[in-house]
Design a protein around this ligand. Structure first.
Ligand code: SF4
Length: 267
């Protein structure tokens, strides 16, 4: 694994890596402290809004290819935490992801994970892993909306049941490490009806909703909401009694925004 290119915006730094068999993955250093790393080359979930899954899954990364993204950068970046939220669905490659988590923990790094729960077997393991935060990327609650978002079937019900079962036995401080992620896409999942369903779910689980603004991807037909619509959705969830967090400017940056990483960037 080697770094073949670095790109910078005023907020983030994006690194393109090449594997020994000449595949490419990307990692983003954001907020001046966290490195968001990839867990697969491509992604089998093929979210329709996301550049990472456009070409499907090429292969899993081995654990040391996940950790190499950190190892190759650690001397020049003040990395304090790792987000396993770059290219790939970590639940599908959970065995290698768990080994990488152990490595990162030994280095004293904080670990956060984002997953759709696409592999239920992997999801069960990841929720139990020694992470410092796990975001279940929901993006849509009703079947109808989820079909528009995910390129493959990602049933929500079994994932929620698994999570509910696990949470029964945990302390309240551990429960606080879980949240729902929701990427707001114009005309797809931003209706009040859909947001009400999300609010019901968040209240049931007592989870925070990380409400993310969509960064448009060239060539894909999805649009982000306006600033005003974004604020309205945020206030709507708050009015329903849901603790909601706003995308920070680092997440909204054109380099490294959710769904913008790719295995096929021109270099
Ligand atoms: S958003 Fe995540 S799960 Fe969906 S295709 Fe992109 S990398 Fe895969």
């Amino acid at each position: 694994m080697r770094v073949i290119k670095e790109m910078r915006s005023s907020l983030n730094r994006l690194f393109i890596f090449e594997t020994e068999d000449l595949f490419r993955v990307e990692a983003v250093f954001y907020k001046g402290e966290r490195l968001c790393v990839s867990s697969q080359v491509g992604c089998p979930v093929k979210c329709r809004f996301c550049a990472s899954g456009l070409l499907g899954l090429k292969r899993n990364l081995r654990w040391n290819e996940i950790t190499s993204q950190y190892e190759l950068l650690k001397d020049k970046l003040p990395v304090k935490g790792i987000a396993i939220a770059g290219i790939g669905e970590p639940s599908v490659n959970y065995k290698e992801v768990l080994k990488a988590i152990s490595f990162f923990k030994e280095k004293g790094l904080k670990i956060t994970i984002s997953t759709t729960g696409f592999s239920l077997e992997g999801f069960k393991e990841l929720i139990r892993a020694p992470h410092n935060g796990l975001t279940l990327s929901v993006h849509g609650v009703s079947e109808e909306v989820r079909k528009k978002i995910f390129g493959v079937e990602v049933p929500l019900e079994p994932v929620l049941s698994e999570l509910k079962e696990y949470l029964k036995g945990v302390s309240s401080s551990r429960r606080k490490k879980f949240q729902f992620g929701y990427l707001l896409i114009k005309g797809v999942n931003d209706s009040r009806e859909e947001l009400s369903k999300l609010a019901d779910l968040a209240r049931e689980f007592r989870f925070t909703v990380m409400l993310m603004a969509y960064n448009e991807v060239k060539g894909l037909p999805f649009k982000g909401v306006s600033e005003k619509e974004y604020e309205e959705a945020f206030l709507f969830l708050r009015s329903k009694g849901v603790r909601t967090t706003f995308s920070n400017r680092f997440r909204r940056d054109k380099l490294g925004g959710c769904g913008t990483l790719t295995i096929a960037r021109e270099v």
